[in-house]
Design a protein around this ligand. Structure first.
Ligand SMILES: CC(C)(COP(=O)(O)OP(=O)(O)OC[C@H]1O[C@@H](n2cnc3c(N)ncnc32)[C@H](O)[C@@H]1OP(=O)(O)O)[C@@H](O)C(=O)NCCC(=O)NCCS
Length: 132
C-alpha cells in the first residue's frame, strides 16, 4: 500500500491582531488555520462543499509568537464514502532566531455535502461549478 501524500497546504504570518495580551497567538486562530488547511486537503479529493464534522486530538505543543511564519502540512489518512480524515501538522519558523519547530497537530474529519447540506460521495463529479 502506498503511503498517503503530505502537502504544504497553507502558509501564514502570525500578526499582532491574532495575539493575546501576552503576545502569543490565540489557539482559536491556529484552529481556524487548521480548519482551512483541512478543507484545502479535502478539496484535492473532490470539488464540493466540505464541512468539518470533527476536530480531534488537538495538541498545542509550543506557543506561536507574533511574526512567526506558520506552515501547515496536511495528509489524508483515511477515506470513507463522504468523508476524509486529515492529519494536520502546524510548523513555525520563528521570527526571532529562524528555528523551525512543530507547534500543533490535529486530526480533522471533513464531509462532502450537496447544496442542501446532505453528505455525498466525495468521489462524485464536481458539485461546485463556477458562476457564468
Ligand atoms: C457533517 C454532516 C453533514 C453529517 O450529517 P449526517 O446526517 O451524520 O450524515 P451521514 O450519517 O451520511 O454521515 C456522513 C459522514 O459523516 C461521518 N460522521 C457523521 N457524524 C460524525 C461524527 N459525529 N463523528 C465522526 N464522523 C461522523 C459519517 O461517518 C459519514 O462518513 P462516511 O460517509 O465517510 O462513511 C452534519 O453532521 C453536519 O452538517 N454537521 C455540521 C457541519 C458544519 O457546519 N461544520 C462547520 C463547523 S461549525
Amino acid at each position: 500500500m502506498t503511503e498517503p501524500e503530505t502537502s504544504l497546504s497553507l502558509r501564514r504570518v502570525a500578526h499582532p491582531s491574532n495575539a493575546n495580551h501576552q503576545g502569543t497567538i490565540f489557539g482559536g486562530f491556529i484552529l481556524s488555520v487548521i480548519d482551512e488547511a483541512a478543507y484545502l486537503e479535502a478539496r484535492r479529493h473532490g470539488v464540493h462543499r466540505w464541512v468539518t464534522v470533527t476536530m480531534d486530538r488537538i495538541e498545542f505543543k509550543a506557543p506561536v509568537h507574533v511574526g512567526d511564519v506558520l506552515s501547515i502540512f496536511t495528509t489524508a489518512v483515511k477515506k470513507g464514502r463522504s468523508s476524509i480524515t486529515v492529519h494536520v501538522k502546524v510548523q513555525v519558523e520563528r521570527w526571532l532566531g529562524g528555528a523551525t519547530i512543530e507547534v500543533t497537530n490535529a486530526t480533522v474529519k471533513m464531509v462532502a455535502v450537496d447544496h442542501a447540506g446532505h453528505a455525498i460521495d466525495f468521489r462524485s463529479p464536481p458539485t461546485v461549478v463556477p458562476e457564468a
